[in-house]
Design a protein around this ligand. Structure first.
Ligand code: SAH
Ligand code: SF4
Ligand code: F3S
Length: 489
């Protein structure tokens, strides 16, 4: 997903190694008796879930705090996507050991994907943990915390086929007041062979579109100017008026009544209509599902941002088949050609890449590099393969590429991406870009920072502009990560 994950072995948009990005709760004092500290790892969906968790806890007597030392309850919302992501959380738990010793009444909970994957093993292995709660069981949290406060070890990792938390208004935890995330679906049915998500997040289900539009409208009314619609595979979003019933949907589709459904193209149109001043982004698009209808809808609405995160994973068809991605190199190239044809060269395209998947040969790795030459991605999130227990790949294929080889291939992918990021940014020079201001630049108080439609960061002198303004900026300089310029308004 648009930066869906940030952990140690990935690269950020600057194409430099980043240390873990963690989202922590902010200080909020609405006079509640108790304090919750919540720290979130992994993807934006996890971050969005933490906002739902905070809302549920707020209704049950907890304000959030930004200082874990002040908390009565600490939650870690965890990620299992790669081994390193799990190691980071294990290490973090040891930090909490010290305060738990000082403050034995403190409740510590592990939520999210690691909770779902490891279940009661986590309680056995991490003695200080009091509760383990999977991503579909957050409504049960107040009840579980109550039991934990009585000294019990508690666990709920039931997955659901229906839960979308549609009726819960998230408490915006880490927001600049301009951009917000809206989860539009949960789970994933794709079973890519390397991926743990279908096991940790359960079956795919879509959220009622009316509740999505309502949330977007409320955000706009509060001053937000950009929403990002989140799902592991947004293009398979599907909702029927008659409950979200898959069997019913399939029957209707067979009868040729697909119009009775709300699909992803319909949904982005509905959200785009909230206001022309509300930008709409989405993530992640799966190459097998992205339709021309979606691309044409993007073209029709200026406020739907021209940027698509379209993870390729590999440029070789045999490897893609082993990965169970269900498309070939040619199919991927066809989708990129369609994007370029319908939306033009201005549309940003980014990817995720995995280096050194099981049995990948040097030639097959070269195919990934030549795919990058063909597409010239604006940026990519790049990883080396990390075997995850229980996945199809772990069961069927040997993790046989030596770590040094994986790392070398990854470095080749990174080096190539860096060149193309710079090249793509150079194409943006000497043009005017419409920028939504998100805040002051990290490097200088005198400069503002925002993004253009293609998701590129643009920095320019502040003058009298402020957060939330749309500003036309003439870009005359760039780095691999950023565009620089001056306002022309
Ligand atoms: N739903 C998104 C991806 C979610 S996971 C999609 O289908 O594109 C985000 C990224 O993590 C993936 O795109 C993949 O590149 C990477 N990833 C997932 N499992 C991995 C593993 N076992 N080892 C290395 N990288 C992995
Ligand atoms: Fe994982 Fe594939 Fe689902 Fe993405 S589409 S979450 S990579 S199984
Ligand atoms: Fe997200 Fe990590 Fe779970 S990427 S869905 S938090 S395994």
């Amino acid at each position: 997903m648009d930066n869906i994950i940030q952990d140690i072995d990935i690269l950020d948009r600057n194409n430099q190694e980043v240390t873990d990005t963690v989202m922590t709760s902010k200080e909020e004092n609405t006079g509640k008796k108790k304090k919750l500290y919540i720290e979130s790892y992994g993807c934006q969906m996890n971050f969005a879930d933490s906002e739902i968790v905070s809302s549920i806890m707020k209704d049950n007597g907890y304000d959030t705090t930004s200082e874990f030392e002040q908390a009565d309850v600490i939650f870690l919302n965890t990620c299992s996507i790669r081994e390193k992501a799990e190691q980071t959380v294990r290490k973090r738990l040891t930090d909490f050991n010290k305060i738990k010793k000082r403050k034995p009444e403190l409740t510590i909970g592990v939520l999210g994907c690691m909770a779902e994957r490891l279940k009661d093993k986590l309680l056995e292995e991490e003695k200080l943990v009091d509760l383990v709660v999977g991503p579909d069981a957050y409504r049960d949290l107040p009840n579980l915390v109550g039991s934990a406060e009585e000294g019990l070890k508690v666990i709920n990792t039931l997955l659901s086929r229906e839960e979308t938390y549609a009726d819960i208004s998230p408490v915006r935890l880490n927001s600049n007041g301009i951009n917000a995330f809206i989860s539009i679906m949960r789970g994933c049915d794709n079973m890519c062979s390397f991926c743990v998500v279908p096991f940790t997040r359960g079956r795919e289900r879509s959220r009622d579109p009316h509740s999505i539009v309502r949330e977007a409208q409320e955000l706009f009314d509060q001053g937000y100017r950009e929403v990002t619609l989140l799902g592991q595979n947004v293009d398979s979003y599907k909702w029927s008026p008659e409950e979200n019933n898959k069997a019913w949907l399939e029957k209707k589709e067979k009868q040729g009544e697909a119009e009775a459904l709300v699909n992803f193209a319909n949904l982005i149109e509905m959200v785009a209509k909230v206001s022309p001043d509300l930008r709409v982004r989405f993530s992640t698009s799966h190459p097998k599902d992205i339709t021309n209808k979606v691309l044409h809808t993007m073209k029709k609405y200026e406020n739907i941002c021209k940027y698509i995160h379209l993870p390729a994973q590999s440029g070789n068809s045999r490897v893609l088949e082993l990965m169970n991605r269900t498309y070939t190199r040619e199919w991927y190239i066809n989708r990129v050609d369609a994007i370029r044809e319908i939306l033009g060269d201005e549309c940003g395209i980014s990817s995720d890449m995995i280096a050194g998947f099981c049995s990948e040969t040097e030639e097959e790795h070269q195919d990934t590099l030549t795919l990058m030459d063909y597409v010239k991605f604006d940026f990519s999130y790049m990883f080396f393969y990390s075997e995850r227990p229980g996945t199809l790949a772990a069961k069927k294929h040997e993790d046989d590429i030596p770590l040094a080889v994986k790392k070398r291939r990854l470095q080749e992918i990174i080096d190539k991406q860096r060149n193309y990021s710079f090249e793509r940014n150079k194409l943006d020079l000497n043009k005017v870009h419409k920028v939504l201001v998100e805040g002051t630049s990290k490097r200088s108080e005198e400069h503002l920072s925002g993004r253009n439609t293609a998701n590129k960061v643009v920095i320019f002198p502040k003058k009298n502009f402020k957060k939330g303004d749309y500003v036309n900026v003439f870009v005359d300089d760039c780095t691999t990560a950023t565009l620089l310029g001056n306002s022309v308004d």
